[in-house]
Design a protein around this ligand. Structure first.
Ligand code: AFP
Length: 338
């Protein structure tokens, strides 16, 4: 069958009425920027891009050089196209408006420019996560509050995983689709259309080192998986933990599985580890459009009303049966506590 490029796919989506011309241009620009990020990360030690940048981001986390480089690439690529009103990033405290002198569009772009950056120096897959919202009508100078829209209002979400191959996974709310970068011609080529995540799975992803800090229902749920065939689940389970959300989620999008970053005693005061607006919401949109589920352990992630641009939430996402069971344990325990 003739390969379908990202550009052709976007034209098909416009013809189907799923996206408009401006959103189509936005996705092309983001994909082009991610190709540049792939080149930068691929240089490794030879590009002088490894190691710490010597600065901290708004989260108080030490930035890697590639965090800063990737952020700059995305900001620069989106400045002049006229498709955006503003950008927000994990790496910046406040949203960045489109520079004066350039036309502004009707979209808001949020991104984690390089997720999993603590893995860069050990050459493990990292990725870019992005989410697209509509700029509220009549708003010409968007500020943080204009970004605080529930995940259900997302117009698009996607990630690019920089691994053995460079893959773009994308949804507009009409299925989840995967594109593989053909490095020889520099085009993203459709490699999987309408991905489906199996409802059942035998594979879970969690950072087990936090076990002693988890809430009781999480202890119960994971304890049952670890009990395997002799336990209440009556089957053995396998575990993976890459510590790059994009890599862990892409494995789940590809073969099923369930991912947890639950609330624990260490991070309770922060509300969780992962960020709602540019990690949990876009990944939830992608996973739900592939038939999976995404909750905080107590409610659907995409229905949360955001309270802050860098708000953190617990994340349970992936194969529907497991997300629903783990969520049920938490809701049941809350009810028992009254
Ligand atoms: P970094 O971007 O600081 O590497 O954090 C990655 C991440 O936000 C997410 O991609 C991982 O799933 C999660 O943190 C890993 O957290 P732990 O290091 O606590 O396992």
């Amino acid at each position: 069958m003739k390969p379908v490029s990202l550009i052709q796919f976007l034209i098909e989506e416009r013809r189907a009425g799923h996206i408009n011309a401006e959103l189509s241009l936005l996705i092309e620009v983001v994909a082009r920027a991610c190709k540049r990020i792939a080149v930068a990360t691929g240089k490794g030690a030879l590009g002088g891009v490894l190691g710490a940048a010597g600065t901290d981001n708004i989260q108080g986390e030490a930035q890697k050089k590639l965090d800063v480089i990737s952020n700059e690439i995305l900001l620069e690529a989106n400045a002049w196209g006229g498709h955006l009103a503003a950008c927000a990033s994990e790496e910046m405290e406040d949203p960045q408006p489109i520079p004066d002198g350039y036309p502004r569009g009707q979209h808001l772009l949020l991104f984690d420019p390089l997720d999993g950056s603590s893995n860069i120096d050990v050459n493990i897959s990292v990725g870019t996560i992005f989410s697209v919202l509509r700029c509220p009508d009549g708003v010409t100078e968007p500020v943080a509050e204009h970004f605080l829209q529930p995940g259900t209002t997302q117009l698009a979400a996607g990630y690019v995983v920089y691994g053995p191959s460079t893959l773009l996974v994308l949804t507009f709310g009409h299925g989840t689709h995967e594109f593989t970068l053909d490095r020889e011609i520099g085009s993203f080529i459709l490699s999987r259309r309408d991905i489906r995540i199996p409802a059942a799975t035998g594979e879970f992803a969690i950072n087990m080192s936090n076990q002693r800090h988890w809430e009781a229902p999480m202890q119960r749920y994971i304890g049952e998986l670890l009990a395997g065939g002799d336990g209440p689940r009556g089957r053995d389970f396998n575990m993976r933990w890459v510590a790059s959300m994009v890599a862990d989620v892409h494995r789940i999008v590809t073969r099923g599985g369930v991912f947890f970053y639950p609330l624990d005693a260490k991070i309770r005061s922060k509300g969780g580890k992962l960020r709602l607006m540019y990690e949990a919401n876009p990944m939830a949109f992608i996973v739900e459009q592939a038939g999976g589920a995404a909750s905080t352990g107590r409610e659907r992630i995409m229905e949360l009303q955001p309270t802050g641009l860098h708000q953190r939430v617990p994340v349970f996402l992936g194969s529907k049966d497991e997300v629903e069971l783990a969520t049920h344990y938490h809701v049941e325990a809350d009810g028992a506590q009254g």
